[in-house]
Unconditional design. Sequence first.
Length: 280
Amino acid sequence: MRLLQSLTLLVIIIFFNSETKSELSIDTDLKILIAQSEEGNPDAKFYLGSLYYIGRELKQDYSKAIDLFKEASERGNIAATFNLGIIYAKGRGVEIDEKKAFEYYKKAAFGGLPQAQYNYALWLREGRVEDPKPAEAMEWFKVSSNKNFDRSLIELAKGYENGTAGRRDYREAVKLYRRARANEDNRDNSPYFNSTFYLGKLYLRGLGVAKDEKKGLRFIKEAANGNVDEAIIEMAKIHEQGRYVKKDLKVALGYYSKLQNNDLIDVKDDIDRIKEALNY
């Protein structure tokens, strides 16, 4: 086993579809880390478990990693608790167990981790384990938003758009989308592009902001270029229908075609309709 002399270990753990990344940084060597873990240090157990999980500096071993995460969680390490939730939700090294995942998300949410509060809120709203609790979910989005977690900011903004946040308030939605858009993350830009899309729609309609069709179109196009599915469909419809721009079926077809291999969205009828209109 190679000794790491005064080396900063940067461990990035990606447990599910780019939605959450836990970044861990420690300045130590591996032997000291192992010794600290054996002494019961929860942070050391978490870091060591992370190395086992991804197979960095240590042979990958999911079983050892999960045991270390559990030990760290029992001793109060919230990040370990959250990672266990992801592990059981996705079945990474264990059988999928949504009930366990939900309990770990809940524990980490009450522990104050904004990413966990977001996941817990999603599961409450969707009723993944218990009956749906949309009102309680929205309160957790608010708690997470207070810590500036971008995905929660977006969900809370949508809540103010549709009234599920307690009232309909487009100005508040605009403020929240702007905060989420300002949280650009070079590792994962999807919150930036999603908030850009929703903000663009508000500019087009003049809700919460002065109406600005030019800016609205620019924002939606930027989101479409960032592979936001809703934005791609919106740009296709805009060009197909000639809303805000000159009607252009070829451009519309180009946007729809971007989604033809998307398993979640069926655009076959849209593509066929436009090809027929173009005599393709």
